[in-house]
Design a protein around this ligand. Structure first.
Ligand SMILES: C[S@@+](CC[C@H](N)C(=O)[O-])C[C@H]1O[C@@H](n2cnc3c(N)ncnc32)[C@H](O)[C@@H]1O
Length: 241
């Protein structure tokens, strides 16, 4: 698998191949690896997004659309666009979700095919760790969210230096690759996923990127011994003229 982040066309192809290859087991593995907490975090993402009744949401890097579905559970009248690079992930989500109002869209989160200020909120789950340019990713989300709207991101974080760190490292280095490898047969993918967590930015560093892009009220909450974080920021309202 070619995982060179600095050559974007190759990187996107590798991402598609990797997530395409694990799409049929992705949701099961996610639930097992998070001890079933993933649904709670996705609900928290939607609660934090503060979407007005009947408003619009973009879920970027939607995968099988779990956050998009959670949004519709919260308010069935929302207009929800679920966008991802990997068709197989979205197909799997669409097939398991059945009839929904989700509009599925094949799109790169670094060049979103939407006009400025289209959505009341933009969410993402486990996307930002996978993109080659975090600043561009947040700039695009900033561009397409309406002024006053929120961007909320759920992702894993490198384990903090606490007494739990050795156990967490064992979990990341051994348990996840073995569990993922045995269930899916895709050993590379389940070595990449924990490795990308260990080498990713901290929530504090991600907040700095969001602030540099222009978001205000940037804040984050950490979960699961600090290995999971929800980070949110608001596109400033335009001053009244
Ligand atoms: C770990 S999965 C997360 C799926 C889902 N959001 C969730 O909460 O479970 C990451 C997803 O991000 C997608 N992805 C990675 N890079 C992307 C990009 N540049 N643009 C759009 N989607 C991307 C992958 O195809 C994959 O479906």
């Amino acid at each position: 698998m070619n995982m060179n982040r600095h050559r974007q066309p190759d990187w996107n192809r590798s991402i598609r191949e990797m997530f395409g290859s694990i799409s049929s087991h992705y949701d099961l593995l996610n639930t097992l690896m998070t001890f079933g907490r993933d649904r709670f975090w996705r609900r928290s993402v939607i609660a934090s997004a503060g979407i007005p009744p009947g408003g619009s949401l973009l879920d970027a890097g939607t995968g099988t659309g779990k956050i998009a579905l959670e949004a519709l559970h919260h308010d069935p009248h929302l207009s929800v666009v679920a966008a991802d690079l990997t068709l197989e992930m979205m197909k799997k989500g669409r097939d398991s979700a059945g009839d929904t109002n989700i509009r599925w869209c094949c799109a790169d989160a670094l060049t979103l095919p939407f006009p400025d200020e289209t959505f009341d909120a933009v969410t993402s789950g486990y996307l930002i760790r996978n993109v080659p340019d975090l600043t561009l990713c947040f700039s695009e989300q900033f561009r397409v969210v309406k002024s006053g709207g929120k961007v909320v991101s759920l992702d894993t974080s490198p384990p903090p230096d606490t007494v739990m760190k050795p156990l967490i490292m064992l979990y990341l280095k051994v348990i996840i690759p073995v569990l993922g490898g045995l269930i899916t047969g895709k050993w590379d993918a389940y070595r990449y996923l924990p490795e990308s967590t260990r080498s990713f930015k901290t929530p504090r560093e991600i907040s700095t990127v969001m602030e540099a892009v222009g978001f205000e009220d940037v804040r984050y909450t950490r979960y699961m011994f600090g290995t999971m974080a929800i980070i949110e920021g608001t596109r400033p309202r335009r001053p009244a003229s």
